[in-house]
Design a protein around this ligand. Sequence first.
Ligand code: AHM
Ligand code: MG
Length: 314
Amino acid sequence: MHTPLGAQLRQQPATAPLAETLEAIAGAGLVLAEKLRRARLEDVIGEAGAVNVQGEAQQKLDVLADELLLEKLSRCSAVAAYASEEQARPRMLRADGRYCVLCDPLDGSSNIDVAVPVGTIFGVLPCGKGAAPESALLQPGRVLLCAGYLLYGSSTALVLASAAGVDLFVLDPGRGEFLLAQRGLRMPAERKIYSINEANINGFDGGLQRWLHFAHENGYGARYIGSMVADVHRTLLRGGVFLYPATAANPQGKLRLLYECNPMASVMERAGGAATDGAAAILDIAPEALHQRCPVILGSSAEVARVCAHLCAS
Ligand code: AHM
Ligand code: MG
């Protein structure tokens, strides 16, 4: 018997107060999953003609996903603010809201035209009484009440990490509902799989290059989809390590601390894995700016430790 998302959320003290907010995110995912399937037919593939705050070309579906999340979350009584990779400033929704939601509405969107899986990444932070939502957004990831992602792949998966553990839900398209598929996910402690854009190797630091050499010499396999949610989901279920490190050209890496690294780090740690920028746990980094980037190494704890041992040895 697969418990529906809403019932499962309300059964756990850690997630019951978040149920309305998480159901709104899941509701946006449900609509988005269908839009993605029909995107090519409805001509919503391609660039929207605008750039986001980071200077990246927005895809039409980036804008659509962002609007959908904003619309669903603005109807929630508990949501004070919504911040997104696609918007320069956070949107203040309710002065009496208790939570701030951070999202990468459609991660990996440049892959849509080739039908590669993409995802929505989110985190929910508490918004302290009297705290300006903007300052509440700049809290370390350790404070996240719940984080996770939707993966629009061969099935639509929803992974939720909270103090109650990490649960995997799968969309039943017939019922239009997410159903619990696996409760209390724990990730493998080690696995010889690495996931990195190895074409950037000349820009990696010496320690990381030596670790790659170690992986080549020790029977590791490589898997890189180039869509973070899909790469992280495989890493969660099968084990291994996913990296988007600093490069000479991008000393802070590519991925965003608040919208991508923190939620994924929270999923990893709550499933028994690890996530670091090479020096500190991702979840302990004190954010300084909404859209800041950070290098990330995440996955099975022993594999993350092996990468770090090579970095320290350099
Ligand atoms: P996006 O948020 O603009 O879609 O970019 C993030 C994506 C991640 O999904 C993926 O891990 C990374 O970019 C891949 O980057 P690269 O093509 O440099 O390997
Ligand atoms: Mg992204």
